[in-house]
Design a protein around this ligand. Structure first.
Ligand code: GAR
Length: 210
């Protein structure tokens, strides 16, 4: 089982989707830790309810992004974590963090990248008047919301719909695609070919070898 950490900053509904899939047996990972940079994040309560160890590290306690990342790496490595799922984690990470988990950090973003990167992707999409929005799970690289795309899902934006409703409808699809991408990562089915993610049929390969 791949030992993962889920990084959050807020409500943790994506974390809950991951926990639910682990508990119903469709996602075979070991959630070793939920780490938040905000003490009040409700996602921490969700983790506690399922007896998952939690850790809060406030970025405000560190003088640089690198120092903060270094401490996160130390805590996560101590917990035996090998892969990272960012689920609403609202911090930009540095090479200090990236190089500690090479090829093993994924993030979910509430827009169809490369459109509407950065915080508030749903608000910008809504204000722009796009008719199709959605979400993206991608590998994390040194640029914000930039890494190779693993999976996307589209959500039609209704004319005149308020941003809260659109945000909620995007979240519903996030809860499907984030566990899916995490499952592929855990199965070792994702590899990088330049900007492209290749999805291997690991089960087929295994069957042939048996
Ligand atoms: C999600 O919509 C996620 O895509 C977004 O934060 C929300 C967290 O919700 N992430 C970003 O905007 C990252 N730039 P949750 O805490 O209920 O999972």
């Amino acid at each position: 089982k791949l030992p993962i950490a889920v990084l959050i900053s807020g409500g943790g509904s994506n974390l809950q989707a991951l926990i639910d899939k682990v508990e119903d047996g469709t996602l075979d990972v070991d959630i070793k830790m939920v780490l938040s940079n905000r003490a009040g994040a409700y996602g921490l309560e969700r983790a506690k309810k399922h007896s998952i160890p939690t850790c809060t590290l406030s970025h405000k306690d560190y003088s640089s992004r690198e120092d903060f990342d270094g401490e996160m790496v130390r805590v996560l490595k101590d917990a035996g974590v090998e892969a990272i799922v960012m689920a609403g984690f609202m911090r930009i990470i540095t090479p200090v963090f990236l190089s500690a988990f090479p090829g093993k950090i994924i993030n979910i973003h509430p827009a169809l990248l490369p459109s509407f990167a950065g915080a508030g992707g749903q608000v910008e999409a809504s204000e722009y008047g796009v008719q199709i929005s959605g979400c993206t799970v991608h590998f994390v690289d040194e640029k914000m919301d930039h890494g190779a795309i693993i999976i996307q899902a589209a959500v039609p934006a209704m004319p005149g719909e308020d941003v809260e409703t659109l945000t909620e409808r995007i979240l519903q699809v996030e809860h499907r695609v984030l566990p899916q991408a995490t499952k592929w990562l855990a199965e070792g089915r994702l590899s990088l070919e330049g900007r492209f993610v290749k999805l291997a049929s690991a089960n087929v390969v295994k069957a042939e070898l048996n």
